[in-house]
Design a protein around this ligand. Sequence first.
Ligand code: NDP
Length: 469
Amino acid sequence: MQTYQNTVDGTLTEPASHYEIFNPANGQSLGFAPESDEQEVDRAVQSAVDAQKSWAERSDQERCETVQKIAQILEENSEYLAELITREQGKPLSGPGSRFEMQACVGWTQVPASLKLAPEVVYEDDERKDTLHRVPLGVVAAIVPWNWPLMIAIWQIIPAIRMGNTVVLKPSEYTPIATLEMVRLINQALPAGVLNTVTGDGAIGSKLTHHPDTNKIMFTGSEATGRRIIEASARNLSPITLELGGNDAAIVMPGTDIKAIAMDLFWGAFLNMGQTCACIKRLYVHDDDYEAVMSELSAIASQMKLGDGMDESVLIGPLQNNMQFEKVKELISDARSGGCDIREFGDVPNKGYFLPLTLVGNIKDGQRLVDEEQFGPALPIIRYSELEDAIGCANRLEAGLGASLWADNATDASELATRLEAGTVWINQHGAIHPMVPFGGNKASGYGVEFGIEGLKAVTQSRVISIKK
Ligand code: NDP
């Protein structure tokens, strides 16, 4: 069985120890992941420090060309990496699964390489000229979760290196293998030390984020860990980009053609088995449309095939890990004992972390499945009679990553959109992120944005050159 390796200073390292990784669909061993010790974190950060100056001194064009080479490597190795993602993370090859994740990796690599962030004259008169330059921060500590392991790693790595930083990446302990393989492959295009990895549990992540030689932290994960990251950043006064998930509300406006939106609502909620930061996690539906929503979503859910995602006909895989499996089961069981209408769909295999696609009706705000981020395939559908109340419900929680409004007339929805407290409000779509469009949370969903020009700025610091004429 293969033991996968970290890349430090352009070289694959021999792990101090390792642990076994299992396929969440069937429990089969996938091989061994390395476990970094504290010395390896020090070596990885040192290698990033050593490489940073000369990487930053290269021309912007040269760095963009290198990033385009990375996009090519990702494209050439897409199928290999997609299969690893499916085996390790669980999302199917087909549909919006691991091949889709690899396409996103390519797109989110190409776009930052094609953007320009030129120095900007911010003020000029007869006496002075002030120009704002964007310079790299130094070493970026990138901490990645297990739900979209490669795509989120790319979101963090690519803008950082494009702008002249170097990176030490820590994948989630649940999904290190595909990420390590991706990093090994893309290192072929990079000078040694520009992109390094360390692996292990939260303690290794903590060592990395506390390291005195890191200058920026990029983190996607839970709110609890996000708060620890903020504490860690105090040591170096490191700026942080924090994406802390959400509990996104979707509101279907009264009288909407439910059949027309049902498929998009379904994938908005069940993408990656609901293990997506910006998924519909609470669906608010007018009393008059409630039965139609239940029946249209039931009809779609009943046609989805659950199973091992290596089977091309499967569109719904397992949950990624036991922690998440138990958490979602507990929330469903709480809803069941609270008298909710639980409707389950799909033939659940007898091995692996599978749960049926679950629609939960007759549920109210204040019940755990509504108020807590389920991050799994169980969608609460909450009735409302007044639109104003639905807006209040959507804004009631601390989370504020995404929200959506669904209506036949997008203009009506746009008027309400500014009242929803979220980093992105989608209309007639949900989770429709794009590499040119800034994405980030409001309230307890974090701060800072990724993607587009704003995302590039987030991995730089400003330097003003001010000339007296
Ligand atoms: P975590 O926030 O614990 O994990 C995210 C990443 O942070 C992992 O790489 C993890 O490492 C690392 N980490 C953990 N502790 C520290 C630390 N002290 N310092 C630095 N890095 C650290 O999420 P969980 O995996 O525990 O999931 C818990 C819940 O979070 C889920 O049920 C879900 O609700 C939410 N979540 C949201 C995500 C999103 O996309 N916004 C993604 C994942 C989870 P390791 O895994 O090795 O412990």
